[in-house]
Every structure is written in C-alpha cells, then in structure tokens.
Design a protein around this ligand. Sequence first.
Ligand code: PM9
Length: 477
Amino acid sequence: MPTTNYPAEPYKIKVVEPIAMTTRQEREQYLKDAGYNTFLINSEQCYIDLLTDSGTTAMSDYQWAGMMLGDEAYAGSKNFLHLQQVVREYYGFKHIIPTHQGRGAENLLSRLCIKPGDYVPGNMYFTTTRAHQELNGATFVDIIIDEAHDAQKDHPFKGNVDLNKLQKLIAEVGAERIPYVCVAVTVNLAGGQPVSMENLRAVKQLCEKHGIQVMLDATRCVENAYFIKEREAACADMSIRAILKQMMSYADGCTMSGKKDCLVNIGGFLCMNDDELYQRASELVVLFEGMPSYGGMAGRDMEAMARGIEESVDFHYIEHRVAQCRYLADKLEAAGVPIVRPVGGHAVFLDARAFLDHLPQDEFPAQTLAAHLYLESGVRSMERGIVSAGRNKQTGDHHRPKLELVRLTIPRRVYTYAHLDVVAQSCIDLYQRRGSITGMKMVYEPAFLRFFTARFEPLPVSAKAPSAQPAEELATA
Ligand code: PM9
C-alpha cells in the first residue's frame, strides 16, 4: 500500500449521522442563551463538535453486535465476566469493579484510601480527580516535570513525574500521609502528554521503597502506549498491547474512564491487585454504583466495553487517531497559530495566552476564545485554563494555571481529515483578527467543577488593553 503523511481512516463508514449547519446570527443567540459557555450549547447547534473525546466515540459493528448480547441480570451477568476476563488479560490487574464512568471510580478510590490531612501527589491535576481527593480531605500536590507547564517547550514525555519533587514531598510530610501517587497516562490538562515507561518504572521503585501505592489514571493509556512505542527506543519493537500491559505492571491499580480509550459511550472501572482493598471496594460500590458485578453499567455496555478494549490496541486504529491530531496541529502551526507542543494523543490545544495576549487571565482568555471559535464557525471546543482550574480551597482565590488553553478534542473514529480542514481554517481566520476580541466576566459560578455550568458575559473593553476595539460580535449578541 502507498504510504501517505497521514494514514487514511482504517475503517469504512456504515452508518452516518447528519450534522447541523447554522448561521452566524443563530449562533450569536445560541451562545448568549448558553452564557458563553460551550458546555451549555446544545449538540444540534454545533457543526463540528470538538468539546470532548469523552463518550463521543463511534462504536464498531463488532461492538454494536455485542450490545445485542446484553445479559441484563442484576448480578453475575455474563458480560461482566467477559469484561473481567478482558481487563485481566489486557491490563493485568487482579480485580475490577465497573463504575458508571471514571469519576465513579475516583469517588471509590478517594473514599477508600484518603484520610483527612493526607497528600495525593499527581502529574498535574485533573478536574474531577482533584475534586474527589479534596472532598475526602486530601491536598493535591503537583509533581509533574516543570516542562509540562510551558506550552512551547518540547519534550517527548512531558507527562513524566519529577522524581525529585516526589522524593521531597515524601521527606516533608512522611510516606504515611501519602495514601497513593496518582499517575495519569496521558496527562490531559498538559495537552495529552505521555509518561515514559522508564519514568513509570522509576516511580514504582521509589514508591515501593516507601510503601506507597501507585494508582494510574488509565483514561488514555492506549494513546500513552503509542507514544512510548514511537519515542522510547527500548519499546520500539513491542506491540501496543504488550506496552500497555507493561505500563500497568508498574501500578497497584487504576481508575478508568472507559468513555475514552475503551471506545465506548459510557462506563468506567476501578482496578486493584490488593485483596483487602478489593473487599472494601466491593462493600462501598453498592452504596454509589450498584452490585460489584455491574457498578453503574448495563450488561450490554459492559459487553461493548470489553470489545472496545480488544479493538483499542490495534496499531492502525491508534496510529490514525494520533495522526489526526498531528494533521490539525501541523495546519495550525504552518499558519502561525500558537498551540501546545508537542501535540498530544487526543486533542490539539490552542495556547489562548499567546493567541489573545492582550487579555489578562482574569478575563478568561481561553473561555473567550472558545466562545469566539463557536461564533466564527460552529466548531465547539472546551476551555482548559483558569475556569477549569477552579478556586484554592484555603484562600478562595482563583487557581491561576500557567497553561491557559482551548482544547480541540478529536472524538474517536468520528470525523475525517476534511472536517479538520474546516477547524483549522476557522482558527486561522480568528487568529488573523484576534485584536478585536475582548474578554469576559463570570456572572454565575457554581460551587463545584465550575467550568461545566458557569455563565459569562462579554466585556466592552479589556482591562489590559483599554484601547481595544469594543467587542462588536459578542456584545451585540
Ligand atoms: N475527562 C474530558 O472531556 C470529561 C469531561 S471534563 C471533566 O476530558 C481524566 C484524565 C479525564 C476524565 C474525564 C476523567 C473523568 C478522569 N480522568 O468523565 O467521569 O480526562 O468518565 O472521567 C473528560 P469521566
């Protein structure tokens, strides 16, 4: 077969779903109704929906066929047994407890392992993960390498744990105050950046020495495995499946949002090797999710997930997925649009700080950029900056992350390169007239995970650039 720069889709399209075309005037109204928060826009009001890769996957015919084999017994469904067998085979953990989605597993793990006053180190925070840790009385401590906080710095494994930071924390607070280290593979908020096999091994060795467990956030572990194959010489000849299993062997368990790398629309799980932890998890899960043999999932969804896991390690699938991200990133970069480098495995992140460098962070540049991108073209994206970061529990002030980003997230097996051309052109057009864009103020702020439902209003002028033109597009919306 001829080779191309970007591999063609390794699938044929059997079912199609029409997408809506909207006018700019309609989008102005939709955006205003949504409080300028892209989470609050309806799906049918979007042209190309890059809000998230979570639960937005197109399932295969093999998975849909599995949906018809759902065993909806209340307990001991055959689909659970299949899922258990597949997770054991592909991930290597002894025990699995299904949950309704990733945060269900995070809730269980945090409740089971954290005591008030504990510290949970992790390679950059994730919104739901940190929220559950804090709800249970822990303080999250960021131990990712410094490079991860710099959008422009190149590093093959920007998700790596800084072992010195971890060592320092252990020395300061004591190993007994650290119930586990949470390592995300890949790191979503750093731009989908991977962790190397070498780093995973070293983290495990250090933790073992101190009797601390390592829990992976395995949400995008197959993407991480692909980057390891591509960038780590020692693993270049291994299959994705073998890399995945080796990655997991350096952990005591994991939480998983199956809505990403398990190629399904709903579901998740918690895994562990420890029998006693499993026993306690089996007792707790019935309070929040359901029986240990279904968690929050229907039998048919567990079947689809088992089959999705099998498909997810196919080299051509994951090669194409990462290539789609590169394709979009290359187009944007060629036009000078600032993005996070290197490009990750699930999305391209616009560097909103650099894109709208005339806006102070307190005017929510990434939120503003996401709103304008929707207005421009109907492309929906997600803020991943100061709004997502929330507030400091102690001081009540905003967390002010160095990374102020807009995520263009690519759903799995859904869009083609032609769709990505449209996305790239929309960003480029907007970049060319970025100077006319003014910031926003938050007019409604929910208590938890505010980015989901917060509401905003456009400001007439920006505090940092008093001479900026009035926000003609948003202010009149
Ligand atoms: N990630 C995403 O769009 C869903 C909505 S934003 C909170 O990226 C990681 C690394 C995730 C993640 C969800 C979860 C939670 C845990 N870890 O959404 O509960 O990216 O299945 O998973 C989203 P659930």
